[in-house]
Write a protein that binds this ligand. Structure first.
Ligand code: ATP
Ligand code: MG
Length: 137
């Protein structure tokens, strides 16, 4: 079993599709280990996306991620990290495959509905950024 970290981003919460994302998560065989709604401050978003600090889209991205509520989750499944990225689809919804969440629910390359960790180390760091031991079991 592997764990990954997922976010229903503010654009998807605004579109009222938290339930659709959760449905898909369950249909794809993930167990929701921990979950909560958060209102990220700008500083929280900057910390979370610190690896992208030098990118030209960093300001817009952290402004977007702190623009409204988001839902953060720890998900568990065999091969959870790769599987969740497959279910989400490509970063840019226009390039995402049919049937993926970003294709179905994303608006543009920034407002792309969901986040997923990209490797075991980032999954561990991101889970620990939002959840404590008591939440995870
Ligand atoms: P995430 O980390 O959110 O799961 P990802 O791993 O597919 O997405 P990253 O390269 O890590 O993509 O980019 C992080 C986020 O930054 C993207 O999900 C998107 O919201 C935003 N982003 C990425 N590239 C661009 C871009 N060229 N212009 C605007 N926003 C971007
Ligand atoms: Mg990423």
């Amino acid at each position: 079993m592997e764990r990954t970290f997922a976010i229903v981003k503010p654009d998807a919460v605004e579109k009222n599709v938290i339930g659709r994302v959760l449905n898909r998560i369950e249909e794809e065989g993930f167990k929701v280990v921990a979950m909560r709604m958060v209102n990220l401050s700008r500083t929280d978003a900057e910390g979370f996306y610190a690896v992208h600090e030098e990118r030209p889209f960093f300001n817009d991205l952290t402004q977007f991620m702190s623009s409204g509520p988001a839902v953060v989750m720890c998900l568990e499944r065999d091969g959870a990290i790769a599987k969740w990225r497959e279910v989400m689809g490509a970063t840019n919804p226009e390039e995402a495959a049919e049937g993926t969440l970003r294709k179905q629910l994303g608006t543009n390359i920034e407002r792309n509905a969901t986040h997923g960790s990209d490797a075991p180390e980032t999954a561990a760091t991101e889970i620990a950024y939002f959840f404590g031991g008591i939440d995870l079991r």
